[in-house]
Design a protein. Structure first.
Length: 260
């Protein structure tokens, strides 16, 4: 296994940016599937390898893991600010597929993340279902646009997130509930949602789970003991890896956990 830090120019961001990449062991010949793994609001592209054992968990898989820097942009093309959505779905995916031995197809590409990254993973998969076969959210801010439009958040966060999403995002292209309802059944990415029972975002995971059930979108949903912290995410990213591996057609040890 090799651990790399990429420094590259993103046309969408109009600046140099970075991603951390885990490459498979040399005995795997490739081409490889790719797992895009997103960080939370206050972190960067290095956090998953600094705070979890992600490199150990994927050590036996023919899988490239790409962890980009998403700033505080909710992996969205901000109304006032950076275009982090395009930076990933256009710039980064193209960069990875042209410079590494990947399988550049939907069936070999998955995405996941925590908190802000949980929102971003599900949003990008639902908005670009032709690019991702599966998505996982850990402790995701899955109904953030509903909270923003209702005014049920700290005023400083409202100002920051209004610049990202605009003043009336519900029903639009960044609303996960609306996006899930619009994906044609034959293109639906496989979804898994999990959250800790002591997590302050638990209600958001429950609300999104209930919406998926209402619209008949098959998915996995799980709640486990735990809070909004790395003790929780380091444990449950293993179930995410197993979930993705199944949909990518890879083989991995481990359990997928309880789901409904």
């Amino acid at each position: 296994m090799a651990l790399c830090e990429l420094r590259y120019f993103s046309p969408a961001l109009q600046k140099q940016t970075a991603a951390t990449v885990i490459l498979p062991e040399v005995e795997h010949a490739g081409p490889f599937a790719v797992f895009y793994l997103l960080h939370g609001l206050s972190d960067d592209h290095t956090i998953w390898v600094r705070r979890s054992n992600i490199d150990y968990y994927v050590r036996d898989l023919p899988l490239i893991v790409v962890m980009p820097d998403g700033g505080r942009g909710f992996y969205t093309d901000a109304r006032e600010g950076m275009a982090y959505e395009t930076a990933i779905v256009e710039d980064l995916i193209t960069f990875i597929d042209t410079r590494f031995r990947t399988r550049p197809e939907r069936g070999a590409r998955c995405i996941g993340g925590l908190s802000m990254g949980g929102y971003g993973a599900v949003k990008l998969a639902l908005k670009y279902p032709e690019r991702f076969c599966s998505a996982v959210s850990h402790s995701g801010a899955l109904t953030v646009v509903q909270r923003l439009e209702s005014g049920r958040m700290d005023p400083e966060w409202m100002r920051e997130w209004t610049r990202v999403f605009g003043p009336s995002p519900v029903g639009g292209s960044d609303d996960l509930l609306a996006l899930a309802s619009r994906v044609p059944p034959e293109l639906r990415p496989a979804l898994r949602i999990d959250c800790g029972t002591e997590d302050f975002l638990l209600d958001e995971s429950r609300a999104f789970h209930a919406h998926l059930e209402r619209i008949g979108y098959p998915h996995e949903y799980a709640e486990y003991p735990g809070a909004h912290d790395w003790d929780y995410w380091d444990i449950h990213v293993r179930e995410a890896i197993a979930f993705h591996a199944r949909h990518l057609g890879l083989t991995t040890p481990g359990s997928e956990g309880n789901a409904s």
